[in-house]
Write a protein that binds this ligand. Structure first.
Ligand SMILES: Nc1ncnc2c1ncn2[C@@H]1O[C@H](COP(=O)(O)OP(=O)(O)OP(=O)(O)O)[C@@H](O)[C@H]1O
Ligand SMILES: [Mg+2]
Length: 231
């Protein structure tokens, strides 16, 4: 579904991503782990087209999307939950969700209700300004806004950041059920190891902008893994 090959990304003169190759097969969850500042968000921004790549290629659903603008990637079915949520604080919860639908021009009338069922707290606060929700509620809103357009590939940047354990479990169950029911493919960036191992089919570990370790989640509990991700 997503194939990242030998990607190099720079900020000015500094090389942030170094020949990164990673693949997310159809209907699977791939997780990218690594310490602060290693380049995880940079990679997701490159996947979304928010950052330009210096060299390398991105293939999505069989198409070379390396030069595509972000909106075209969204329309093609790539949903994104950025780190820090990126919701619109001065719009209501409902308006934020409707904007998620705009990304694909799907316009299904039952889409909002579906999201309210999945995230009851958003239904309760539908008319409230999104900026007045708590951090964890905003995180759920960001996730719902990405899911409402029924993406084929979901790109998540630390969805558990600042979320209480019970909601983390709900998100875990949601991602697993979306994979089973809707064959959703997910590229997940995480620092919360237990959550990552519970949802991932395959894991990558990044250090200084390069993939240094990869494998099935079963092998990721080894000491070597912890060495790369614990601070
Ligand atoms: N706009 C920018 N200009 C210059 N350098 C940047 C910019 N954004 C990020 N960087 C640098 O690029 C490196 C990778 O940052 P990135 O945000 O990808 O890390 P990360 O792995 O997502 O970290 P975290 O776990 O803290 O979110 C860091 O050293 C960061 O300081
Ligand atoms: Mg980040």
């Amino acid at each position: 579904m997503l194939e990242i090959s030998n990607l190099n990304v720079y900020y000015g003169q500094s090389r942030i991503l170094q020949d990164v190759s990673l693949s997310v097969p159809d209907g699977k969850v791939a997780c990218l782990l690594g310490r602060n500042g290693v380049g995880k968000t940079t990679l997701l921004k490159a996947v979304m087209g928010v950052l330009k790549t210096r060299s390398g290629s991105l293939t999505y659903a069989g198409e070379n999307i390396t030069g595509w603008l972000p909106y075209k990637r969204a329309r093609a079915g790539i949903g994104y939950v950025p780190q820090g949520r990126g919701i619109f604080p001065y719009l209501s919860v409902a308006e934020n969700l409707v904007l998620g639908l705009e990304a694909t021009k799907e316009g299904r009338s039952d889409a909002l209700d579906e999201m309210y069922q999945q995230f009851p707290i958003l239904s309760t606060f539908a008319k409230r300004m999104a900026g007045t929700l708590s951090g964890g509620q905003q995180q759920q809103l960001a996730l719902a806004r990405a899911l409402i357009s029924k993406p084929k590939l979901l790109v998540l940047d630390e969805p558990t950041e600042g979320i209480q354990p019970s909601i983390v479990l709900e998100i875990e169950e949601l991602l697993i059920s979306l994979k089973k029911k809707s064959n959703l493919t997910t590229l997940l960036v995480e620092q919360y190891l237990d959550f990552a191992l519970a949802v991932a089919d395959y894991c990558y570990i990044m250090e200084h902008g390069a993939i240094v370790l990869q494998g099935e989640p079963e092998m990721m509990t080894q000491d070597q893994t912890r060495e790369y991700i614990t601070v």
